[in-house]
Write a protein that binds this ligand. Sequence first.
Ligand SMILES: C[S@@+](CC[C@H](N)C(=O)[O-])C[C@H]1O[C@@H](n2cnc3c(N)ncnc32)[C@H](O)[C@@H]1O
Length: 190
Amino acid sequence: MTDEIWDSLLPNEYRVLSPYQWTPIEIIRFTWEYLKTQSVYSVMDLGSGVGKFCLNLVQFANGSFPVYGVEDRKGLVTVSEKLMLKLKITGVTFTQSDFLVNFPYGHSHYYVFNPLYELMKGEHSIDFKKEKSAIEFIKNIQILKHHLYQCKKGTQVITYHGFGGSVLPGYKIVKKKEWELGEWMVWEKE
Ligand SMILES: C[S@@+](CC[C@H](N)C(=O)[O-])C[C@H]1O[C@@H](n2cnc3c(N)ncnc32)[C@H](O)[C@@H]1O
């Protein structure tokens, strides 16, 4: 899979967002290279978009662990599920839900590509259904931090372009790589 092939599978409205909103294949491959050295029970993508991270990770991993995605935009969940069927991919489950409200506890690994930042910027937005608000952004980061704090010891959170803050209470940084594409980090619950 390449980013170009992946993009060609998307409806145009989501294809144009690809460089800004969906994880590049190179980063997904690098995440897999890291995960295969770890003991992984399951991976949850918080804000799974068009399913690019989940669908490509499960293929790299050849089904060695289940992958889940939670996404609050119904249209994006529909696209993810259609791609899953079209590409005949198994081992992935997508759910339409707000992870701030119904946090999906119980996974060994979480993937976070700065999902809350959309409240801060006007460019390359998926849509304009969510009102831009710095106050709401800060409030939501606090809620996410609170949920991640409740996760059990050893839980790992992999961030790409960060999670929206600089400190994740209860977590230490165990790996970090600066890509030209953006910063990739692994945080572990102590
Ligand atoms: C930057 S995109 C990343 C998409 C995907 N993880 C990937 O790497 O290709 C962030 C996604 O998070 C979703 N999102 C933002 N806030 C959310 C929330 N509270 N609950 C569920 N999804 C959310 C957005 O709709 C968007 O699809």
